[in-house]
Structures are given as structure tokens and as C-alpha cells.
Design a protein around this ligand. Structure first.
Ligand SMILES: [Zn+2]
Length: 111
């Protein structure tokens, strides 16, 4: 009788096992749900932003400047290329900041 009782204990799963398994399944389902949501959002975006190419009639995204199928010129909607002046300004700021970082690294960390 004592031995039988010990056997029952040995064959039952630990008390935390079910909690762990349940949690793991929930995490997996959350991930699936998130992926499904992301996929739906991407589809919605593609549906909303697809226009027909005037040259070949195939669906292209409305921000494209050139058709990826026929190479024809497209007029992008809701998107204007960055002006040269702004581009140069951003490049200049980036150059100064990166040079400052490089100097700091050279001065303080290289011996
Ligand atoms: Zn085209």
C-alpha cells in the first residue's frame, strides 16, 4: 500500500507542469495572433496604396516613381522627393555628429 502510493506520486506530473504548458501555448497563440494582425495590416496597406500603371496596367504602389514591370515613369502620389538643400543639410549634420563620436572614441577609448 505504501509502495502503490509512491508509484502514483511518481507518475503524476509536477503541479507546475500544467501551468507551464498552458502559459507556453498562450504565448504561441499570442504570437500567431500578432502575425495574423501584421499580415492583415500589410494586405490592407497594399490594397489601399495600389494603383494601375498607365503604361502596362499592372498594380503598382502609389509612391513608386518607376514601374517595376515595364519601367515606365509614374507620378508618385503623396510623396515628394527630398530637396537637394535638405539632403545636404542632413548629410552635413550627420557628418559632424559622426566625426564628434569618432573623436570621442579615439580620445577616451583608444590607448
Ligand atoms: Zn508598368
Amino acid at each position: 500500500m505504501v509502495a502503490g502510493g509512491a508509484e502514483t506520486v511518481a507518475f503524476s506530473a509536477p503541479i507546475w507542469y500544467h501551468c507551464f504548458m498552458k502559459k507556453k501555448t498562450t504565448v504561441y497563440e499570442d504570437k500567431l495572433e500578432r502575425e495574423e494582425k501584421r499580415r492583415r495590416r500589410a494586405e490592407e496597406y497594399a490594397r489601399k496604396h495600389t494603383v494601375a500603371c498607365p503604361q502596362c496596367g499592372r498594380g503598382v504602389l502609389d509612391h513608386m516613381e518607376k514601374c517595376p514591370y515595364c519601367g515606365g515613369k509614374l507620378t508618385p502620389a503623396g510623396y515628394t522627393p527630398m530637396s537637394k538643400k535638405k539632403l545636404l543639410l542632413i548629410r552635413g549634420i550627420l557628418f559632424v555628429v559622426l566625426m564628434a563620436v569618432a573623436i570621442v572614441i579615439l580620445v577616451f577609448f583608444v590607448k
